[in-house]
Design a protein around this ligand. Structure first.
Ligand SMILES: *Cc1c(COP(=O)(O)O)cnc(C)c1O
Length: 401
């Protein structure tokens, strides 16, 4: 396969060459479960059965591996299916994970709820405190470090070079969930990580019309086996693969990732700067703001600050809830990373599974997934919702006085 130097050229062409049979510029969707054999085990192009390999899936995997600077990528039916396959490919009972505490609620549920009963333990740590990360290691049993940066929904920034050093000092691997940044803004494998996971449902698909996940590995071995071999075997033997239609949509979305991220970045930066001056807003969490504690680090390890902005309300939970239910353009829903703007009340939506634990999300916090619409329209929508949140929380104060 040709190697291209530019991100956007790679995104459009890697693994997406015209169909050699018909000349179709866009490779077809190979909607087939099985492939005819010209004799027993004589395969025309190496494909036997679509759980093992399918040209549409393989094209997307090649495209994503090239963009993440990995040696191989594996596409799954969802982000959690990808994470599950990765964890079971690498771990055995008795293993321990050093787990970034501020992360996707479903990852926490998977590691505690599904892997816990199989004898895998974890220690949740503050992702910004490398001393705490190092102190969480259990010599002899820590096998993985797992972190998300920017984190969800607090937008904390983890020092990936520091995390990779600590993981490797402990004889463990570093897995980075790169869903929020996407390979356009951050390439963890270049910073020392061993594995990247994605919910391709988010920025990679980019249009909120497909569910998917992926694992991308560096050229490294663990417990005597190449990572690509371990994860590839798990994908084939476990079978939670992404289907051809889903891979086609993810691949189509990935072609415009660079264009979309530029616009997500610009809209989010402008809204974050505007929001922090609005009455009733106690704090805006966005790594692109100079006062954000991870700003300098994010500027070093990312090439932009992304499209997710969280905000906290000085009047507390009631104002946050009213705001989240008052936007019109920003649709109230879980998920993120699509071209359309979304608003989420995380403590009871995406992060309901960690409610009441040490990892619970503040109840005065709302997360915005800033889309690619026109900035004045987005700003107007947020201004109206802020006004409503102020009116209602003001009335609550009057009523309780
Ligand atoms: C959505 C998400 C996941 C899970 O992916 P699904 O496609 O929903 O299974 C994992 N990590 C992050 C950061 C996410 O946002």
């Amino acid at each position: 396969m040709a190697q291209y130097s530019g991100f956007n050229t790679t995104a459009v062409h890697a693994g997406q060459e015209p169909d050699p049979l018909t000349g179709a510029v866009i490779p077809p969707i190979y909607q087939t479960s099985t492939f005819v054999q010209d004799g027993i085990n004589v395969l025309r192009a190496g494909h036997e059965y679509s759980r093992g390999s399918n040209p549409t899936r393989n094209g997307f995997e090649t495209q994503l591996a090239a963009l993440e600077h990995g040696t191989a990528a594996f596409a799954f039916a969802s982000g959690l299916a990808a994470e599950d396959a990765l964890l079971r490919a690498l771990l055995k009972p008795g293993d321990h994970i050093v787990l970034g505490g501020d992360g996707y609620g479903g990852t926490n549920r998977l590691i505690n709820g599904l892997l816990g009963p199989w004898g895998v333990t974890n220690t949740a740590v503050d992702i910004t405190d490398l001393t705490a990360v190092g102190a969480a290691v259990r010599p002899g049993s820590t096998a993985l470090f797992w972190v998300e940066t920017p984190s969800n929904p607090l937008l904390g920034i983890a020092d990936l070079i520091g995390w990779a050093r600590l993981a490797h000092d402990a004889g463990a691997l570093l897995v980075v969930d790169n869903t929020f940044a996407s390979p356009y803004l951050q390439r963890p494998l270049d910073l020392g990580a061993d594995v990247v996971v994605h919910s391709t449902t988010k920025y990679i698909g980019g249009h909120s019309d497909v569910l998917g996940g992926a694992v991308v590995v560096a050229d490294r071995a663990f417990r005597g086996k190449a990572l690509a071999e371990s994860v590839g075997y798990q994908q084939f033997a476990g079978g939670a693969v992404a289907g051809p239609q889903d891979c086609f949509l993810a691949a189509r979305g990935l072609k415009t990732l660079g264009l979309r991220m530029e616009r997500h970045n610009a809209n989010a930066q402008a809204l974050a700067e505007w929001l922090r001056d609005q009455p009733g807003v106690a704090e805006v969490l966005y790594p692109g703001l100079p006062e954000h504690p991870g700003h300098a680090l994010a500027a070093q390890q990312m090439s932009g600050f992304g499209g997710i902005v969280s905000l906290r309300f000085s009047a507390g939970e009631a104002a946050a809830r009213t705001f989240a239910e008052s936007t019109r353009l920003f649709a109230l829903s879980v998920s993120l990373g699509g071209v359309e703007s979304l608003v989420c009340y995380c403590s009871e939506m995406t992060h309901a599974s960690v409610r009441g634990t040490a990892l619970a999300v503040p109840t005065d916090l709302v997360r915005l997934s800033v889309g690619v619409e026109d900035l004045p329209d987005l700003q107007q929508d947020l201004a109206a919702a802020l006004q409503r949140a102020r009116e209602l929380s003001g009335r609550a104060v009057v009523l309780s006085a």
